[in-house]
Design a protein around this ligand. Structure first.
Ligand SMILES: *[C@@H]1O[C@H](CO)[C@@H](O)[C@H](O)[C@H]1NC(C)=O
Ligand SMILES: *[C@@H]1O[C@H](CO)[C@@H](O)[C@H](O)[C@H]1NC(C)=O
Ligand SMILES: *[C@@H]1O[C@H](CO)[C@@H](O)[C@H](O)[C@H]1NC(C)=O
Ligand SMILES: *[C@@H]1O[C@H](CO)[C@@H](O)[C@H](O)[C@H]1NC(C)=O
Ligand SMILES: *[C@@H]1O[C@H](CO)[C@@H](O)[C@H](O)[C@H]1NC(C)=O
Length: 556
């Protein structure tokens, strides 16, 4: 893990300047390379469909009694009247201030996963704590005074995790969720710094209060915190500002009032000691933790004995952790939601089924346009997600009204993929008689991480993808992880060709992968630092990811 080094991960972090290999668009004979591919696939698929006539595998995914809400085509009786998502959401909000909060469920497939009663109880307790400790309350002011004193006097009544944004929208949502779970496990309060490119994107998640870090927060330079910051946990260990006695709890030296947790992909072996039992116990006594990460670090929390029992009760199905928490925390504002629902009604609502395809090519792992297109089509056809086309015929112009329509929503920085898939279905009829319509809300050619307008569109596309009946995502894409979590979908992941000959593989759950975990098992928690605190039993629930062999993921 260590040796494989940072280089291959670069693009994940520096997604801001990420650009895909330019597709060779509009080459004179658009369909030419496709024809061969499709011919061979058609023959394979004819055998497939005629021979086995099996249920397309995405049908199997639809939970029994999956409701069709008012946003979905069939607005009949079985719309689940579950606006609170089985108790996950508090009923205390004003609907109009954030329409998506109680409306999302009308557009998504009903989740077959109920939150545990313990999770529901802990969320309500958290909301009460957050209200009590919210910015500018008396208790918040006390903790701020402590912070200004520079020293910790042990835990205060209100203790905080301050989230520092880092990298693109997908990374940010994953780290908000991870930081929230970390705060919840430690009875700390999560406050978030909202930079200008992130304003008006997400609604407040906790009723009657705010999670926004006030602008007069006394640590002024926290946005500059990085690997060289002396207040980082890793540097304090390296420089023995935090020593073994402090870690073992046998010292009465005073602790600092705040610690910076440096957890982005380029963290070092000292920073990674955060994921050790003694660190967790020490940090619990520090009132202010400032956290920067760009990955879903929850799987490493599952490995800690500290949290084993709590996590077991919170998530009876462990692999629903992200699904529940992201639906609890992430609610687009009315500006975003308006875009989402308008687009949905215009392009997707009339379809019988929708397929989301999220294509992301990372610049450190370039894939030629034609190869990527072939992989996407191969995956869709061989997994029975999209019907094959019959090349011997031209598509008939008018179709009967009872024709089954599949809508495909493509999310990609480039328009080339959707254009080619659209052409394929426009020119030839499908072997099943279904009609396939292809849509792409936007394409920007580059990812502009730092722009609010871009983030609004990106969040809207994540939401639209989460409404799909089936989802195809790119390996390593944090954007795809968020969509699958919100939708509770098990995506087909487009595997990297270095990893497998298969075009794609279906994920076991909607859990994201922790792409850059500390060493596993936790050999890095040295004996000098006391008990590594790894939960032996938890190891069976944390395993290699489908899309990255060096990554870890929570399984049931
Ligand atoms: C909706 O589904 C029900 C059965 O679940 C069916 O009877 C009804 O015709 C459907 N309505 C529409 C508009 O498709
Ligand atoms: C907390 O401090 C802020 C500013 O320092 C002040 O405006 C506010 O009234 C204080 N809150 C309480 C409850 O004292
Ligand atoms: C620390 O706590 C002690 C007793 O709990 C108290 O007397 C002292 O004033 C506190 N110091 C600060 C800086 O808050
Ligand atoms: C801790 O404080 C006590 C008295 O408050 C003192 O006797 C003891 O030596 C101190 N221990 C260390 C390790 O400094
Ligand atoms: C599609 O995928 C199958 C299974 O991996 C492979 O055998 C086949 O060669 C692929 N077809 C194309 C045209 O890439």
């Amino acid at each position: 893990m260590e040796a494989r080094g940072s280089k291959s991960y670069q693009s994940l972090a520096v997604s801001g300047d990420n650009s895909e290999a330019q597709p060779e668009r509009h080459s004179s004979r658009i369909l030419k390379p496709c024809v061969l591919l499709v011919t061979c696939l058609v023959s394979v698929l004819l055998v497939f469909f005629v021979g086995t006539h099996r249920t397309p595998s995405w049908e199997l995914l639809r939970p029994v009694g999956a409701g069709a809400g008012i946003g979905r085509k069939n607005s009949s009786s079985e719309a689940p009247n579950d606006r609170l998502l089985g108790g996950l959401l508090s009923p205390e909000f004003d609907d109009k201030s954030c329409l998506s909060r109680y409306q999302s469920m009308l557009y998504r497939k009903a989740s077959p996963h109920a939150p545990s009663p313990y999770l529901i109880r802990r969320l309500r307790e958290y909301e009460a704590l957050h209200k009590k400790c919210a910015p500018n309350t008396h208790l918040y002011n006390e903790s701020i005074e402590q912070l200004k004193s520079g020293r910790s006097n042990g835990t205060m009544e209100c203790n905080y995790v301050v989230w520092i944004p880092h990298n693109g929208l997908g990374n940010r949502v994953l780290t908000i969720v991870s930081s929230f779970l970390y705060a919840l496990l430690n009875n700390k309060v999560l406050l978030v710094h909202i930079p200008s490119d992130f304003t008006d994107l997400l609604c407040e998640p906790f009723p009657g209060t705010s999670w926004v870090l006030p602008s007069d927060f006394p640590v002024h330079n926290f946005l500059d915190f990085d690997k060289g910051t002396p207040q980082s946990y890793g540097n304090m260990l390296r420089n023995k500002v935090i020593d073994d006695e402090m870690l073992s709890g046998s010292s009465n030296a005073t602790l600092p009032a705040y610690v910076y947790l440096h957890l982005p992909w380029y963290y070092d072996q000292w920073d990674k000691l955060f994921f050790c039992g003694d660190a967790q116990r020490l940090l619990r006594r520090i009132p202010w933790l400032l956290l920067k990460s760009d990955h879903y670090f929850v799987p490493s929390l599952f490995l800690l004995q500290e949290y084993e029992e709590q996590l077991r009760q919170l998530f009876l199905e462990r692999a629903t952790t992200f699904h529940h928490l992201v639906r609890y925390l992430v609610h687009p504002t009315n500006v975003v939601w308006d875009y989402v629902t308008k687009y949905y009604r215009a392009h997707l609502a009339a379809a019988d089924e929708t397929l989301g395809i999220q294509i992301r090519v990372f610049h450190n792992f370039p894939v030629p346009f034609e190869s990527m297109l072939r992989q996407v089509i191969n995956c869709s056809l061989s997994e029975g997600i999209l019907p094959a086309v019959n090349l011997q015929e031209r598509a008939a112009p008018a179709s009967k009204t009872d024709t089954k329509v599949k809508a495909v929503l493509v999310a990609s920085l480039f328009s080339g993929y959707s254009e080619r898939i659209r052409d394929m279905y426009a020119e030839h009829p499908t072997t099943t008689g279904e009609v396939v319509r292809v849509h792409q809300p936007s394409h920007e050619e580059r990812q502009h991480t730092e722009q609010q307008g871009h983030n609004i569109k990106a969040l809207a596309e994540v939401e639209l993808l989460s409404f799909s009946d089936a989802l195809i995502t790119s390996a390593w894409s944090t954007f795809g992880y968020v969509a699958q979590g919100l939708g509770g979908l098990q995506p087909w992941i487009l595997l990297r060709h270095t990893q497998s000959d298969l075009p794609c593989r279906q994920a076991m759950s909607s859990e994201p992968c922790y792409l850059m975990p500390p060493p596993f098992p936790s050999s890095h928690c040295s004996k000098d630092h006391g008990d590594a605190g790894e939960a032996a039993a938890a190891r069976q629930y944390v395993r290699q990811c489908e899309d990255e062999l060096g990554g870890i993921k929570v399984f049931d």
